[in-house]
Design a protein around this ligand. Structure first.
Ligand code: IMP
Ligand code: MG
Length: 175
């Protein structure tokens, strides 16, 4: 059965307010240091852009793209790097920015991958946390919102490559 947009979970204003708070908190904690923001494509691109505009510290930006989902709504647990970092993270203060932590498998993989490259520090910021579906424990330092086990879209996040353009977080369900 085709899945469609059935409602809204988080409004645009609510998201913007929370992203401002995260930006303030991160700016305070990194005061005097340069942050290397590593955004995870594609889902985190909108969050990453908004978060960076709320940072007052010096920044660099890089992206990685990983795949594990295809167009279904279940994590396969198999993570493949589709786009790697452009420059080394060694000695840098890395802030990994991801859209959602669900099973935790993607973030755990990325944490270990980056940790191996000896950054000066590594922290993780996610917009959305779905704790009910966790399969592995993974440390998250900054969380935008904790949400129930629902499939969501919008604000950069897709369902079968659709709905990324929505300025709010919407809910997907049966037609
Ligand atoms: P994990 O490896 O299971 O934690 O999956 C994390 C990734 O799954 C996220 O980066 C998203 O790309 C994707 N994902 C998890 N839940 C959703 C959802 O509700 N909507 C869209 N993508 C999701
Ligand atoms: Mg993703």
């Amino acid at each position: 059965m085709a899945k469609v947009l059935v409602g809204q979970l988080l409004g645009s204003e609510e998201i913007q307010a929370r992203v401002r708070e995260l930006g303030n908190q991160i700016s305070k904690e990194y005061a005097g240091r340069e942050v290397l923001v590593v955004g995870i494509l594609k889902g985190a691109f909108v969050f990453c852009a908004d978060l960076m505009r709320n940072l007052t510290v010096q920044t660099r930006l890089d992206f990685m793209a990983v795949s594990s989902y295809g167009s279904s709504t279940e994590s396969s647990g198999v993570i493949r790097i589709v786009k790697d970092l452009e420059a080394s993270v060694e000695g840098r203060h890395v802030l990994l920015v991801e859209d959602i932590v669900d099973s935790g498998l993607t973030l755990r993989y990325l944490r270990e991958y980056l940790e191996h490259q000896q950054p000066a520090s590594l922290k993780v910021c996610v917009l959305l946390d779905k704790p009910q579906r966790r399969k592995t424990q993974v440390e998250v330092d900054y969380t935008g919102f904790t949400i129930p086990d629902e499939f969501i879209v919008g604000y950069g996040i897709d369902y079968a490559e659709q709905y990324r353009h929505l300025p709010y977080i919407g809910l997907i369900g049966e037609e």
